[in-house]
Design a protein around this ligand. Structure first.
Ligand SMILES: [Zn+2]
Length: 370
């Protein structure tokens, strides 16, 4: 396959349904050559066309470029503290099938085995079309696909067991993948520097610089929840004291309300944040302020265009925007206050990590089709 053909597939992946005329402009190729490219990609089972809605412009009617009905697919999986899910994702990011199950106290190895069984069933259904897998996991993922999720008590979990010998296998931290997805398909598209923060059981995130996620020397960058912006007296499961994550998640709400540490910290936090009684509302405001203050520190240090919040971060922003905003502004250096980078809910919401896993796997697949 030529470079031009790969570029065309990338354009259709980024903008599913793009017209053939727009795609030709975007890859800088004449309409005749593009028609020939589309024909070849159609024969290769990679691309299809359908009539485009009339644009009102003069000239020959164009067509929309869409995934081939028998084209390649990716399995994208996400593991959270409470459930796992596998989607079958086509070119352009559309979902063809979803399988979902509760984690329900299972070990990391058992969850990976259950995902593997789901992938095997999906491959029976879709045949060779499923070419690889991307997995999002709530912890650090080493280069050899071993997961360590300290908040779940999972260590040395072999993610590769989900599909041994897969042609394409990518895996990463949920917050990092959500950041990547937000920069590909969410509100951070086109940002020069975007900061994404995601709160689940703890806080993670990533800096995306010019569309590239900063992954760090060991691949473990973005552990913003373990910066000491929290109460120095509070121990974090990571082994440090005073971690910011312990001031903004379900454990922080439980501490403020005098509750035992919740077994399901994310559902617990969602319930508290949604409650309107004065006591939970005050705890939510305190936690939202701790979030806003830390965001100010990161904005002072990193100078992003915008900050996106995923997971419980979006819930806190919706429930207590004022304490969050006030603490954010108070922590900003004065010269930033006139036009502070906006703090926005991530457009992809809870789907961000799975969308990011699909993006990473599709990026690898598109490169392998060359
Ligand atoms: Zn920590």
């Amino acid at each position: 396959m030529t470079t031009r053909a790969t570029e065309l597939l990338r354009v259709v992946h980024a903008r599913p349904g793009v017209t053939r005329a727009d795609a030709a402009r975007l890859i800088g190729v004449g309409t005749g050559a593009t028609t020939e490219l589309v024909g070849r990609l159609g024969q290769a089972g990679l691309l299809a066309e359908e009539p485009a809605a009339p644009s009102g412009a003069r000239g020959r009617p164009t067509t929309s470029l869409i995934p081939h009905p028998r084209g390649p697919l990716i399995a994208a999986a996400s593991i959270t503290h409470e459930a796992w899910r596998v989607d079958v994702v086509e070119l352009g990011g559309g979902t063809l099938a979803t399988v979902r199950e509760e984690v329900g106290g299972h070990s990391g190895g058992e969850v990976v085995a259950a995902i593997g069984a789901a992938v095997t069933r999906l491959r029976r259904q879709y045949g060779d079309r499923i070419r690889g897998i991307g997995i999002s996991a709530p912890g650090t993922v080493s280069r050899d696909l071993v997961l360590d999720a300290s908040a779940l008590g999972w260590h040395d979990v072999d993610l590769a067991a989900a599909w041994p010998g897969a042609e394409i296998f990518v895996a990463g931290n949920d917050a990092t993948l959500a950041a990547s997805a937000e920069s590909h398909r969410g509100v951070a598209v086109g940002a020069s520097v975007a900061l994404h923060l995601r709160i689940e059981a703890g806080l993670g995130g990533a800096v995306v610089n010019g569309g590239q996620v900063l992954v760090g020397a060991l691949g473990a960058a973005g552990e913003f929840g373990h910066m000491p912006f929290g109460d120095p007296a509070v121990a974090c499961p990571c082994g440090a004291y005073g971690c910011w994550g312990t001031a903004v998640d379900g454990s922080a709400l439980a501490r403020l309300l005098g509750h035992d540490q919740p077994r399901d910290p994310v559902s617990y936090a969602r319930r508290i944040i949604a409650a309107t009684d004065p006591e939970p509302a005050a705890a939510t405001a305190t936690v939202a302020a701790a979030l806003g203050r830390g965001i100010a520190g990161l904005v002072n240090g990193l100078d992003p265009d915008l900050v996106t919040l995923g997971g419980l971060g979006a819930d806190l922003l919706a429930a207590a925007p004022q304490p969050l905003e006030e603490a954010y502004r108070a922590g900003l250096m004065a010269f930033r206050r006139a036009s502070p980078p906006p703090v926005l809910a991530a457009a992809l919401g809870d789907d961000g990590p799975l969308a990011g896993a699909a993006e990473e796997a599709w990026t690898a697949l598109l490169a392998s089709l060359v």
